[in-house]
Ligand binder design. Structure first.
Ligand code: SF4
Length: 415
């Protein structure tokens, strides 16, 4: 995996009690002053994030977290933030000293196992705190992977050992191995990208998902052109061939569907991302659930990163308006931005989440699981908008999906 995108890096959380040497471990391993170290307990408060290249793992994001045994009022808040990190990490390092092994450590290991997060135990401070024999016996009996180091005296050989151990823990296959356009765009295909320049378009640049798609078209040796929606009718005038695919910002679906001849396949950036990250069929079922919404129902709109809302904001203005037009009813919408989700999901009838381009796969997956475990349907922006603009079938066709209108549960790949 080679990437500079944060969402596509390995995310590693470092956990442990206060003063176990979490920060000094990260600094020692990376040989950089990544984390703040101080003998005063509780120096790391909110989780500290640091991106870097760490061979042989490749690009990673470290999360240096607050000690989980902080019992102060402020400590409770810190521990909550530390726990939230579990949602987005691909692996965990539990840093302890050689005399610490109790209920809290076992609870954290239980939590890693429950969330299927591979972990490594690092017993730090071996230069002045020897590993207790009974703790060593218990780690061995449970077959927990552990290594003993001193972040002051351990050398390159130990660093290599730990990095190799971490790299063995990496999940075998993750979504980044599957390109966004695999099987969808082929060599010499002509792809038209439709990017509306409205109030919410950032000044002077195009956003990350759009950049990623352009890069992938180049990788596939295809041809791309970037246009605004109103230029779609000119495509036939300027090109001596029809585009093989048109990929649009989902917000422009209505205009794009209206202007694009029916023989040109159409999908959206956000639908491509949903397709790449798995759970596509589940999100598709969520889009069908829009048909069941009724007066007074509540819809949760999740945006994975915060931005300054504009007067035509997708989550706060357009989606609520389109939901009202589509259902003909008053639908209550609530918007949540960032990594957190409301604790009482049961009060919503549907969750619509953004393209989640800033989240890694594990966090997207955990979000979807948490919503589904609460018995709530979930879909994403692109699928929801395509459904509300009456062209869901057309928007999923380029990805090889179709469904019969009278049997919604039959959504599936076209054989
Ligand atoms: S994470 Fe979501 S809200 Fe943030 S830029 Fe990506 S799609 Fe938009």
């Amino acid at each position: 995996m080679k990437t500079n995108l944060k969402s596509m890096r390995w995310h590693i959380g470092v956990f442990g009690p206060t003063n176990a040497g979490k920060s000094s471990f990260i600094n020692w391993l990376t040989q950089q002053p990544v984390a703040i170290t101080d003998p005063t307990p509780g120096t790391t408060t909110d989780p500290v994030e640091k991106t870097m290249e760490l061979l042989p793992l490749g690009p990673v994001v470290w999360y240096d977290t607050a000690g989980y045994n902080d019992n102060t009022m402020l400590g409770e808040e810190r521990v909550k933030k530390t726990r939230e990190i579990l949602q987005r990490i691909d692996m965990a390092v539990l840093v302890l000293d050689g005399q610490t092994w109790g209920k809290q450590e076992k609870d954290w290991i239980h939590q890693f196992n429950k969330m299927k997060i591979p972990f490594l135990i690092v017993v730090n401070h071996s230069d002045y705190i020897p590993l207790n024999e009974s703790i060593e016996k218990e780690l061995n009996e449970n077959q927990y992977p552990f290594l003993t180091i001193s972040s002051i005296y351990s050398d390159d050989q130990d660093r290599t050992l730990i990095k190799n151990q971490l790299s063995k823990l990496l999940p075998d296959k993750i979504w980044v191995e599957k390109p966004l356009l695999q099987g969808i765009v082929h060599e010499n295909d002509l792809v038209a990208l439709v990017i509306p320049i409205d109030l919410s378009a950032p000044k002077g640049r195009i956003i990350l998902p759009q950049q990623q798609v352009i890069r992938e078209i180049i990788d596939q040796k295809g041809l791309s052109m970037v246009i605004v929606p109103e230029k779609i009718p000119l495509l036939s005038h300027y090109c001596n061939r029809k585009p093989d695919l048109l990929i649009t910002d989902s917000q422009a679906f209505e205009e794009v569907f209206r202007l694009t001849p029916p023989d040109i396949p159409v999908t959206s950036f956000s639908i491509l991302f949903a397709h790449q990250r798995g759970n596509f069929e589940q999100l598709l079922q969520g889009a069908f659930h829009l048909r069941k919404l009724k007066k007074g129902d509540k819809v949760l709109i999740l945006e994975a990163c915060s931005h300054h809302p504009t007067s035509d904001d997708i989550g706060r203005v357009k989606l609520p308006l389109w939901l009202k037009e589509y259902t003909g009813e008053e639908i209550e919408c609530e918007v949540y931005s960032g990594h957190a989700m409301p604790s009482k999901l049961e009060s919503y009838q549907l969750v619509i989440q953004c393209g989640s381009c800033m989240l890694n796969q594990r966090e997207v997956q955990n979000r979807i699981n948490e919503i589904s475990n609460a018995g709530i349907c979930v879909t994403n922006y692109g699928l929801a908008i395509a459904e509300m603009k009456s062209h869901l079938d057309r928007a999923i066709y380029p990805l090889g999906y179709s469904y019969t209108k009278d049997a919604l549960s039959c959504a599936g790949r076209i054989p």
